[in-house]
Design a binder for this molecule. Sequence first.
Ligand SMILES: Cc1ncc(COP(=O)(O)O)c(C=O)c1O
Length: 426
Amino acid sequence: MPLNKKDLKGQRIDCNDFSMADFADYRGEDLFEAADYFWEYVADAVKKKYMIYIQPMMSGPRTELKVYDRNTRSVRKFLNFCSYNYLGYSFHPEVIQTVKETLDEFGTGAVSAPLLSGYSEPISRLEQELSRLKGMDSSVVFPTGYSTNVGILSGLLKPGDVAVLDILSHASIYDGVRLSGADIKVFAHNNPSHLERVLRKAGKKRVMVCVEGVYSMDGDLANLPEIIPLCQKYGAKLLVDEAHATLVFGENGGGVAEHFGAENEVDISIGTFSKSFGAIGGFASGEEKLMTYLRMFSRSYVFSCAMAPHTAAGILKVLEIFKKDPSERDRLWDNTRIMHKKLKQAGFDIGNTKSQVVPIMVGSDLRLREISMRIQQRGLYTGVVTYPAVSKNKTRLRLSVSSKHTTDQMDECVHILKQVFSEVKD
Ligand SMILES: Cc1ncc(COP(=O)(O)O)c(C=O)c1O
């Protein structure tokens, strides 16, 4: 039902008549009108116990979480299949020890932009290690993964250029291109023949193709073996966002480009520290000349405070541990295979995932609401994904598998999902 001010006058909003998309697209007479309606929508969702977002976590992202549950107004224990702590490194004792020691030496924050006094020695060392990991000349560390894509794309592209995006690209990729003023053209997800048509149409314009190594809402992989030759044929540059793939794919953990033996064919590789590294921040790797230019012209880098030194030191420790002992990643892959198998056997539609990011397709917004409320009542926390993170009616639960999940926890997760999905039909 489209929002209509006249229909709503004097009435209370029933959240079941609306989805998030109605409020995103709504344009009232007054700038704050959408917020007024949204307030009522949320109030009704809270009353109906559907509001499962933004509940305070009372413990860190282990496989069991303590959460303040808004519906019961109590702190409850949940089985956690929601956090991106794929390798559990945020709790590794050596990482924590290193962070503590760096805190004593450097204090709690960088308190300056990197071009001024924010560029700390741990960041400098981290950039060198990341370049080694990616097999690339040079790297730049940003405050977040989001600001990495925004800064790199807006710093590089100009009005009149064309960014050709896989339609499922992350919001930060879209936002970076929008900020640049370049044209956005999309191609159907992982579809090389559609990509070729779009590239042909772009003609002689300067073109940047953007894809994700592992797609963040679907868990499938960029079809690089077919995408790369097309970029080369049409003279387009290629950016691969390896947010969910770094430390998971590739012999050395470099990501999906390395997995396909194509790390030298990628122009810019993006990573985040908010996933397998268990921290926060982002980075871009590429040719040294390019990275030097972008360090000066990416506004989200230049005009934002640098990463805290203790964060950089913790990430360096993660890299050291990862190189010494690959067993954590082996466990992640064992768990990922087990979960794929269990979910498929239970009859769930997990799309085309090839990774630890596992969607469970749900369908309508209403069904998603009912399912997410019930799984939380039974003590399971997962990603609950609706518009604008995915397109309308492509709602899903998203499971993040971790190396730290036990067999019992995986069994329990599938058991709860089976119960709830059988109760809430489409
Ligand atoms: C593919 C992709 N790129 C970028 C980001 C942004 O990263 P961050 O959360 O570290 O800002 C995400 C976050 O989920 C992502 O999935």
